[in-house]
Design a protein around this ligand. Structure first.
Ligand SMILES: Cc1cc2nc3c(=O)[nH]c(=O)nc-3n(C[C@H](O)[C@H](O)[C@H](O)COP(=O)(O)OP(=O)(O)OC[C@H]3O[C@@H](n4cnc5c(N)ncnc54)[C@H](O)[C@@H]3O)c2cc1C
Length: 436
């Protein structure tokens, strides 16, 4: 199966709905010769375009996006810009410190580039919902702090001052994390890319890729030849014939209030904090920002879906999933506030949940940055730096990091894939996540 327009739906998230109409770049028409062709206009693709055009201004760089920048997960997320690598854990404080420093650098980069009001370094909480897990998390936070990672442990009372979340027994507070309006950010990045001479084509689905010394990208009205290809296509990657058994399209429902004034925030028990996630496998998360207000997602199996055959667009009735999200929000914050926006985004999930940035074995001119799943804002925005280092064969600073050339574990084909997802989610639906 090849990517067609129906594999991409319009972004109905609060990040888009609350903004003025956008003017995307024109679609590709005709033939183009490029040095570096990037497919995908989310954080990963834009980060690649930025890194290649900054480090190598002599290269012809082009980015092709099926809809408009930020139409995928990058414009539909929970807005929390978090440290760490999803799916990675370690007992070694020094290793954790190295991972933290890398992701912290990524957050600093976002903060430096974000347009006025799009990023806030308001800190985020990881809330623990059982006394036993809170005790372990407190010990972990202390070990991290001793290793120089600037996280703080908040007990129940201190947590309550920041966020009155029902069942919260304590939380790890990361003051370096924050919130990002990904759509505002990507629209500003588009202007910066165009200024640097990057060719951006929106409304341009790449329907077929021919690999070789020169890759050829086919689109409905044109064709691109390039020396190097970057796949930044997240959940859609298998449609192009790459990582068919490595990436699973997982749908994730979210809701938002739209902008809230101070009184409304206080009424929700929300103090000065950017967001929180909890310690359960069907993770709940929420953020508070000026442009989207309270964004909430997750919280139960019903709020995520893998559909048989792996469609990249959610098919069928979303209302039970969205209702489950709203119920969980009500349970956490003691009554759900009025919801104005409801949407679904698609994650590209790997079996280990760890993302990967690398070059294809045997095809070193095909680079990829994939699998950022539910924790990708910081890392997808960093991935361009890793890609250009791979291009330059200067990768020492990334060696040993969990996402660098991470080999993806094979996900079995259907029907085992669907059955496996059902069995896994039913078994782990309420279990605690692996602690750090
Ligand atoms: C509901 C939800 C909540 C989330 N919450 C958070 C959060 O709070 N914090 C966090 O860190 N992360 C969160 N995430 C995850 C985060 O948004 C992603 O990890 C990140 O945005 C991935 O970026 P990306 O560029 O890899 O993918 P995407 O943003 O999905 O971009 C891929 C792009 O490629 C394009 N594309 C694909 N195939 C083709 C083709 N053939 N031709 C042309 N274009 C193509 C798509 O249209 C898309 O725009 C959340 C995600 C969702 C869905």
């Amino acid at each position: 199966m090849q990517p067609r327009p129906e594999h991409f739906d319009d972004n109905g998230s609060a990040w888009v709905q609350g903004k003025a109409t956008d003017t995307p770049c024109a679609p590709l028409q005709g033939e183009r010769e490029l040095d570096v062709a990037i497919i995908g206009g989310g954080f990963a693709g834009v980060s690649a375009a930025r890194a290649f055009s900054a480090r190598h201004p002599e290269l012809g760089v082009g980015l092709l996006e099926a809809k408009s920048l930020g139409n995928g997960a990058s414009g539909r997320n929970g807005g929390m810009v978090l440290n760490w690598v999803n799916g990675h854990s370690s007992k070694d404080p020094e290793e954790l410190k190295r991972v933290f420093e890398v992701t912290r650098g990524a957050i600093d980069g976002i903060a430096a580039r974000a347009p006025e009001g799009a990023f806030a370094r308001s800190g985020c909480l990881e809330v623990y919902t059982s006394a036993q897990r809170a005790e372990k998390a407190e010990a972990a936070a202390q070990r991290l702090a001793a290793a120089g990672v600037p996280v703080q442990w908040l007990d129940r009372q201190a947590l309550g001052e920041r966020l009155a979340v029902a069942g919260g027994q304590g939380a790890i507070f990361d003051p370096t994390a924050g919130t990002l309006d990904g759509v505002a950010y990507l629209r500003a990045e588009r202007a910066a890319l165009l200024e640097r001479g990057v060719q951006v084509f929106e409304g341009t689905v790449v329907t077929r890729v021919e690999t070789g010394e020169r890759v050829v990208l086919h689109t409905p009205e044109g064709r691109v030849r390039a020396r190097t290809l970057v796949l930044a296509t997240n959940a859609w990657t298998p449609l192009l014939g790459f990582f068919r058994d490595g990436i699973l399209p997982l749908h994730s429902h979210a809701v938002a209030t739209g902008p809230l004034d101070e009184a409304a925030r206080a009424g929700l028990g929300w103090g000065e904090v950017g967001g929180f996630s909890d310690d359960l496998d069907r993770i709940s998360y929420a953020s508070m920002s000026a442009s989207a207000g309270l964004v909430f997602g997750g919280g139960s199996n019903a709020s995520y879906a893998y559909q048989y055959g792996g469609p990249t667009v959610f098919q069928g009735d979303r209302s039970p999933g969205l209702a489950a999200v709203e119920r969980r929000l009500g349970a956490y914050l003691g009554g759900a506030p009025p919801i104005r926006h409801r949407w679904t985004g698609t994650l590209g999930v790997t079996l280990s949940r760890v993302c990967t940035v690398g070059a294809l074995a045997g095809q070193p001119n095909v680079l990829y940055a994939l699998g950022f799943s539910g924790h990708g804002i910081a890392l997808a925005n960093l991935s361009g730096e890793v890609l250009v280092d791979i291009y330059d064969s200067e990768t020492a600073r990334w060696h040993g990091l969990p996402f660098f050339q991470q080999r993806l574990l094979p996900i079995p084909p259907e029907p085992l894939r669907w059955l496996g997802y059902q069995a896994f989610t039913r078994l782990t639906g309420k279990s605690p996540r692996r602690s750090m």
